[in-house]
Design a protein around this ligand. Structure first.
Ligand SMILES: N[C@@H](CCC(=O)N[C@@H](CS)C(=O)NCC(=O)O)C(=O)O
Length: 237
């Protein structure tokens, strides 16, 4: 995080970052859905880190990422003891490193369900990803509704309904904000950008996630970015 970007309430987090020495390498906030997940989780749970932002799709993107990870992808978490180059592994590492923060739900059954939906997000939903890429600045109502994307939307709604009604008490997916909500925050961004029509309880969840201070901070910083990656933009019809 750069000092100028900060919400004042997060400045203590930044000043503590030097003590933990953790660095989170991310892509553009407007486009990098994978980067958003651990950034939102760390910010929401007050885990100090230094942000290193690498703009994607630039001539030097690969060489800049390669300084941190030979996998060639962001996000990357660099700690004093190791480097973790996968968003789900980063969240698991943080949950183990800071057990007192309850980043996963406390209840074992709820925690298993939270891990299932994050794993499903991590390995699936290719239809949604390819046809409805995250673009927080964009407004593309009704676009991208391929049959595959539509099927993914249906499955996500089904999971959200189950979690919110069985575990979430109609707040976040498992009650208090957890890694699961951070994990689905890029989907929330997509549903807003592409104006996906949702049942009232799910729309309320979307608005609740968008209003969470960590998510709102990421969105503000995405809106302030100026890079445009043409392949993630829809041209007018
Ligand atoms: N499985 C990885 C996927 C990460 C990923 O695909 N990141 C994209 C950006 S969102 C990336 O780094 N692309 C490299 C590039 O565009 O040069 C994770 O969960 O961290």
């Amino acid at each position: 995080m750069q000092a100028t970007d900060l919400d004042p309430t997060l400045s203590e987090t930044l000043s503590n970052a030097e003590h933990t020495g953790m660095k989170l390498v991310i892509g553009n906030k407007n486009y990098s859905s994978w980067s958003m997940r651990p950034w939102v989780a760390m910010t929401a749970f007050g885990i100090p880190f230094q942000e290193i932002r690498i703009a994607l799709d630039q001539p030097d993107t690969s060489s800049r990422i390669a300084r941190y990870s030979s996998a060639g992808r962001v996000p990357v978490l660099v700690t004093s003891e190791t480097t973790i180059w996968d968003s789900l592994a980063i969240c698991e590492y943080l949950a183990e490193q800071f057990p007192e923060k309850d980043m996963w739900p406390q209840d074992m059954v709820a925690r298993a369900m939270a891990r299932c939906i994050c794993a499903e997000m991590h390995s699936g939903f290719a239809g949604l990803r390819s046809a409805m890429g995250m673009n927080i600045r964009g407004s593309f109502p009704g676009k991208g509704r391929t049959p595959e994307a539509q099927a993914d939307i249906g499955r996500i709604c089904e999971m959200w309904e189950t979690c919110l009604s069985h575990f979430g008490h109609h707040q976040f997916l498992f009650g208090d904000f957890s890694i699961a909500d951070a994990y689905f925050s890029p989907v929330v961004m997509r549903f807003r950008t592409y104006a996906v029509s949702l049942a009232p309880a799910l729309q309320a969840y979307v608005e609740r996630v968008a209003a969470h201070p960590a998510v709102a901070q990421w969105m503000r910083e995405a809106l302030a970015e100026t890079e445009v990656i043409a392949k993630y933009e829809f041209l007018p019809d």
